[in-house]
Design a protein around this ligand. Sequence first.
Ligand code: 6PG
Length: 467
Amino acid sequence: NTYDFGLVGLGVMGRNFILNVADNGFTAFGNDLDEEKVSALIEEGGDSAKVNATSDVVTFVNGLSTPRKIMLLVPAGKVVDIVIENLLPHLDKGDIIIDGGNSFFTDTDRREAYLQEKSINFFGAGVSGGAKGARKGPSIMPGGSRDAYQHVKPIFEAVSAKYKGEPCVAYLGPKSAGNYVKMVHNGIEYGLMQLTSEIYDLLKKAGDLTNEELHETYASWNAGRLQSFLVEITSEIFEQKDDLGEGHLVDKILDKAKQKGTGKWTSQNAMDLGIPVPTIDIAVSMREISALKEERVKADALYGRPTPEPVVKKTLINKTESALYFAFIITYAQGMHQLADASKEYGYELELGEIAKIWRAGCIIRAALLADITEAFKVEPGLQNLLLSPSFVDKVQETVGSARELVAYGAANGIPLPGLSNALTYFDAYTSSRLPLNLIQAQRDYFGSHTYERLDKEGVFHTEWED
Ligand code: 6PG
């Protein structure tokens, strides 16, 4: 009896993914060192012959049909290397290992090169959608050998989320393309989460919205152009009562956001590539500022803060809706821009339209907007920045005014809107044909003879500036 698909790491994600594989008509074999997780899967799989599990690696590998397709859903980092080493002696040439975790893309490149020497195919395949997604249909972002992908394709297409019947998985490119795309997905995720949370702050502080009203507001947004997984769960979060006490749970949660690193990696790598992604950068910084709770409490006592000027609730809600839509567009634009440049730098040959397409369902950043983004890249596959797509001009023009008003209001009233103001600044700078950085060039040449170019003449110039 051989199984179609193997999975190492039977934590929540792994268990859910393997059950999803079995639901879709494939037989699947799980492996985990932890006997309890092995029995939990066998129990959950019922007496169906489709799912089985073992803690023994030899039994596991021998139980799989060739070429073996073995997915790892284990924590990123050293564990991935250890699991690979455990499997290796038992594998045959042509077998396929798929890393479904959030591995750093250079680790994936290293592992791929190492395994290629042994004629083993290695895929980095980001999986998004959390535990529910893994069970019911995630978005999957695989990168690796195009030929080997053919063996995995039927299974991935079956288990992935569907958008109007189309699977949310596609072969993305060679080497670490899949992990890289998932990393930027998470960077965008950080941006959108920061934006939804600062808009909540604004609605609460300026508009005095109750949790019930916040729930209704986000729910109504989710029924419109802002329709997205994150807006949807935000509306639900405001409804949740605290089961340990009075009131709503959201008000009891400590305001220190943790992070596992993918957003930071996105920002760091964007810097390395020279791609501006300020909305993602600030989202990372805000998690860092949030972590300084004790200092923030001290500083709060030292500095006064204006009492927000009263506003008309209905107007505020309409303007925040527009501004959030504007900033969502800018965040996707920055992420897509990073992907476009990374693709050139690392030879990924990414098709941005395909990426937007597989993000339309299943993943954390799924949103109605992604259907428009998919269209924009379909019309112009080489589009450098979403803001240059004619189909986005009206959407942005119509909403940027609200962003301006709210950023001004936030600044005047001491309500931090870092994501929104960064998105706006990025927009204003990116759409300026002339920026004042001629002055920076002059300064550099003044103090360091760093030279400058001119608007009116070709060449490189240096001036002996007069003291
Ligand atoms: C997803 C998520 C998932 C994970 C994040 C959380 O796409 O399903 O992005 O990968 O929940 O890594 O990231 P932080 O812990 O850094 O917020």
